[in-house]
Design a protein around this ligand. Structure first.
Ligand SMILES: [Zn+2]
Length: 152
């Protein structure tokens, strides 16, 4: 849809003059986060800018910046795929737009730690050889024993 004077700030679809967002993106743009958002200083304008850039880059959809899955614009459609903010632990500035379920899975790991664990887990699940699986599990134990930020 061509850009108009009264356009959704995310997808550029036409909206009535009193609105900033289309019906699909209205709730998403106004998404409320827990107090981590304030802690990390993420402003609504930054959130909307990131959504707009992601939408434009992905030519009409919003994708998780960690997994690449297509995100749902409405929480009622699919909570697992609803966009959320993943903060890199130890950093107050870095954040990624991610699927809720990916954010939960990553928890308080760095992206590098998360990738290592996911890769090792996948290899363990696929492995049919007990000896090799034990070697993989030992490596997984080592990685999990040295997580920098994870604490529960
Ligand atoms: Zn829109």
């Amino acid at each position: 849809m061509p850009e108009t004077k009264h356009a959704c700030e995310i997808c550029k679809d036409k909206v009535t003059p009193s609105r900033k967002y289309c019906d699909i993106h209205s709730a998403l743009a106004r998404r409320r986060f827990n107090n981590r958002r304030k802690k990390h200083g993420l402003k609504t304008s930054e959130w909307v800018t990131r959504l707009r850039e992601n939408y434009k880059k992905n030519r009409g959809c919003i994708r998780c910046e960690i997994s690449g899955v297509t995100l749902s614009s409405l929480v009622r459609d699919n909570k697992a795929l609803y966009p959320t903010v993943d903060h890199e632990p130890g950093s107050t500035r870095t954040w990624m737009l991610s699927a809720w379920i990916i954010n939960d899975m990553k928890s308080e790991m760095t992206l590098e730690e998360f990738k290592k664990i996911i890769i090792l887990l996948a290899r363990c699940f696929e492995c049919c050889n007990d000896k090799i699986r034990n070697q993989l599990s030992n490596k997984l134990t080592e990685v999990m024993s040295n997580l920098k930020w994870f604490s529960r």
